[in-house]
Each structure stands twice: as structure tokens, then as C-alpha cells.
Design a protein. Structure first.
Length: 155
């Protein structure tokens, strides 16, 4: 599902996800996106305990992610020379975008003539995938409508 979502997303978008248990309750929520730093994974809820996206709690964390080899916490410099780790945000440092595959925005005059964002997929296929993402709760109604309109604009 995440691969399908990445195939529908623009380079500047993030993929949100929600994992539910057998009873339909959300057990894990967060988002992922790719930058020149690497692949970012942020968790905003585990079980029923929520944390803000850039939570850098120092003590009393209800939970925290643990970076493995080639991973690190995202850091934030709130005050000069005070760098804090965000313990619910991991960066996979070795997963970097291929510079040749980075999509750069078209100049405004060429915007309508640009190729569709997902060249290998037809309009029907893209709409079906989008519908699945909405049905599975991976995107909300607003995101669905915006993306659907972009797909239809490719016709």
C-alpha cells in the first residue's frame, strides 16, 4: 500500500498511514516521505498514546523509536547550539533518492503539457488505487478529492 501511495504522490508530498488491529482500532499511525537526507518515518500514535510530529520529549516518554544501523533520530535546533533528538522520527540515512529520478517542477507555461505524475498507470488504474487508499483510511476525503481532480485533469 505504501508503494502504491508513493506512486501516486508528488515528490513534495508525504504518505500517511494507519495500521488497525483485527477489531478495527488504530494501533499505529504516522507518515513517511523522502528527502535528500534520506527516508523519513514519523510515528504519531502507538496504541492509544499520541505524540505530536516533532515531539522531542526529554524524559517520561510513553514510547520512543529506537534507531538501528544507518538510522538516526531527526534532530531539531530549538535554541542555538542546543540540538534535540525527536524520538518519534527516524531518518534512514542510506535510503536516498536517485538524483536522476528526482522530478523537478515544470515551468508554469509547460504545466498543462507535462506528462502525468505516474506514467506507467492509466487513468482508470490510478482512480482505482486512489479509491482503495480512501477506503482503507490511508487518505482522507479532502486528499481524495484533490488527487482525483489532478488525475482527471490528465485526461
Amino acid at each position: 500500500m505504501i508503494l502504491k501511495s508513493f506512486s501516486l504522490a508528488n515528490p513534495d508530498q508525504r504518505i500517511t498511514f494507519r495500521v488497525k488491529n483485527a477489531a478495527g482500532k488504530t494501533t499505529l499511525r504516522g507518515d513517511t516521505f523522502l528527502t535528500t537526507e534520506g527516508l523519513h518515518w514519523r510515528m504519531t500514535a502507538i496504541q492509544k498514546i499520541r505524540r505530536t510530529v516533532d515531539d522531542f520529549s526529554v524524559s517520561g516518554d510513553p514510547w520512543r523509536l529506537v534507531p538501528l544501523t544507518h538510522q538516526s533520530y531527526k534532530t531539531k535546533e530549538k535554541i542555538k547550539n542546543l540540538v534535540q533528538e525527536i524520538t518519534n522520527w527516524i531518518v534512514f540515512n542510506q535510503i536516498k533518492p536517485d538524483p536522476e529520478r528526482i522530478i523537478h517542477p515544470s515551468p508554469p507555461s509547460e504545466e498543462k503539457q507535462a506528462a502525468p505524475a505516474t506514467p506507467g498507470l492509466g487513468i482508470k488504474k490510478r482512480l482505482k488505487i486512489l479509491e482503495e487508499l480512501k477506503r482503507d483510511g490511508l487518505i482522507d476525503e479532502k486528499e481524495y478529492k484533490v488527487k482525483r481532480q489532478k488525475i482527471l485533469d490528465d485526461l
